[in-house]
Design a binder for this molecule. Structure first.
Ligand SMILES: [Fe+2]
Length: 228
């Protein structure tokens, strides 16, 4: 993806979230110059992968396969007891989908915080990371539900579902209902190691750097900040 496109998506996301009275922490808006002026006090932002995360999963068709995440808080996978939780806010445009995946260790609640409708398709995972042909049991806002393999749940604003590591899931914003604001409350998250995709997928995109970043993605920290 071109850096100019990432910058545009960030601008649109900030505007859309603030129209919905959701505000990001100050570091979401630091310029490259501000990032470079910081010292060791921002170690946790970098080490715990806080911040912007935009992906087209290497497919190059962001309007169909893609999502915008912002990690608001997170512990560290190397010491998960110190802070065992993570919170993200995500935005999906209608018709957008993320690839089928499950997590190695993360338990996550996926929450429709407002806007459109969010549909989630679910399967159990087999031991060798394929889709199981068995009924799947999940909790939606504390209510136990059992679905056929590949069953779909549609979350309206306010609704949520709890996904365990063995639950394969893909989700999308239903067409005709606008953008969705998605919350994620989970155990500690490490996006470099915890995702298991059904297809061979690139979690992080190649970026064509024709202009300077408006704000940094967390995957940029190493490249732009000489992080050790
Ligand atoms: Fe997930």
């Amino acid at each position: 993806m071109k850096r100019s496109k990432i910058n545009e998506l960030m601008k649109d996301t900030v505007e859309f979230l603030s129209e919905n009275q959701i505000y990001l922490p100050k570091f979401a808006y630091w310029t490259l110059k501000e990032w470079k002026s910081k010292g060791n006090e921002i170690r946790e932002i970098i080490d715990n992968q806080l911040g912007w995360d935009i992906s087209d999963y290497g497919k190059g068709d962001f309007s169909k396969i893609g999502i915008i995440h912002f990690t608001l808080r997170n512990g560290n996978i190397n010491n998960p007891q110190a802070r065992p939780y993570c919170e993200k806010v995500m935005v999906m445009s209608e018709g957008q989908k993320i690839p089928m995946h499950h997590h190695r260790t993360k338990i996550e609640d996926i929450i429709n915080r407002g806007g459109g409708l969010l549909s989630i398709q679910l399967y159990n995972s087999t031991e060798d990371n394929n889709l199981a042909n068995t009924p799947i049991t999940v909790f939606t806002d504390g209510i136990e539900r059992t679905l056929e393999p590949g069953g779909i749940i549609t979350l309206e604003p306010g609704d949520s579902v709890t996904l365990k590591p063995e639950h394969y899931h893909t989700f999308w914003a239903e067409k005709g209902h606008g953008k969705v604001i998605i919350g994620e409350v989970s155990t500690v998250n490490d996006d470099y190691t915890d995702n298991v995709f059904l297809e061979d997928i690139n979690r992080f995109m190649e970026i064509d750097e024709a202009e300077e970043p408006l704000y940094l993605l967390f995957d940029d920290y190493e490249k732009y900040l000489n992080v050790v």
